[in-house]
Design a protein around this ligand. Structure first.
Ligand code: ADP
Ligand code: AMP
Length: 222
């Protein structure tokens, strides 16, 4: 079983790396952002509550997120492990996760931090384009589709995320600094934190990430 957390500022490339890591480790990606966006698209009560909060760039309340994760971690595909992407994002979320995992007798293997200078984040977020259908993520300069604005995988149109606006990006970066960055010390104290630079191509980041994760997983199973 492999239980991993991906942490990092918005736009560092968590979703991009998660897609590659889940193939390598054979575990499901659990993205609270994707789960919330699916709820918004489906127009559920949760989606209606989360939509204005997400559009503003603020964090959705902890109790809602913890409820979502509690349910998701009980699904059968998590028996072989999981890759948490975008959760936890606050210390209370991390504490709640610890309780949930203890109940299921699961221990975390590693918390991978994708480190990126704040100045570079805006360029990544402002250039992000997502397939409206299959949700594949592109970048207008760094990860271009073969045909502009058309998804390579399914041929649907690409969209700009509603929270990739200058104002929402500012709020999200502030939320990261105030509420998520303290998790680096939290997981550092628990000796679970591994850090890699998120700069360079996606392939370079992947090489760095898997080198440290493989070492960590080997040492924990030794
Ligand atoms: P996060 O999940 O951390 O918010 P994403 O994986 O959605 O970040 O990446 C944000 C944007 O940056 C996307 O447009 C993605 O295509 C692009 N991106 C991701 N990794 C890299 C990279 N190593 N170099 C350049 N652009 C990248
Ligand atoms: P992401 O897709 O991870 O960039 O998340 C998009 C938005 O969803 C965030 O800006 C928040 O509004 C909300 N969100 C996602 N995950 C969390 C979380 N763990 N805690 C609170 N809000 C979240």
């Amino acid at each position: 079983m492999k239980s991993l957390i991906l942490i990092g500022p918005p736009g560092a490339g968590k979703g991009t790396q998660a897609k590659k890591l889940l193939e390598k480790y054979g575990i499901p990606q659990i993205s609270t952002g994707d789960m919330l966006r699916a709820a918004v698209s489906a127009g559920t009560a949760l989606g209606k509550q989360a939509q204005p909060i997400m559009a503003s760039g603020a964090l959705v309340p902890d109790d809602i997120i913890i409820g979502l994760i509690d349910e998701r971690l009980r699904e059968p595909d998590c028996a072989k492990g999981f890759l948490l992407d975008g959760f936890p994002r606050t210390v209370p979320q991390a504490e709640a996760l610890e309780t949930l995992l203890a109940e299921q007798q699961v221990t975390l293997d590693a918390v991978l931090s994708l480190d990126m200078h704040i100045d570079r984040i805006v360029a990544r977020l402002a250039g992000r384009r997502t397939c409206g259908d299959c949700k594949t993520v592109y970048h207008v300069e760094a990860m271009r589709p073969r045909v502009d604005d058309v998804c390579d995988r399914c041929g649907s149109g690409l969209e700009t995320r509603g929270d990739d606006t200058p104002e929402a990006i500012r709020v999200r970066m502030q939320a990261y600094q105030d509420r998520t960055a303290p998790l680096l010390a939290y997981y550092g104290q628990k000796r679970l934190l591994v850090r890699v630079s998120a700069e360079g191509t996606p392939a370079e980041v992947y090489e760095r990430a898997t080198a440290v994760l493989d070492r960590r997983i080997r040492s924990r199973s030794a």
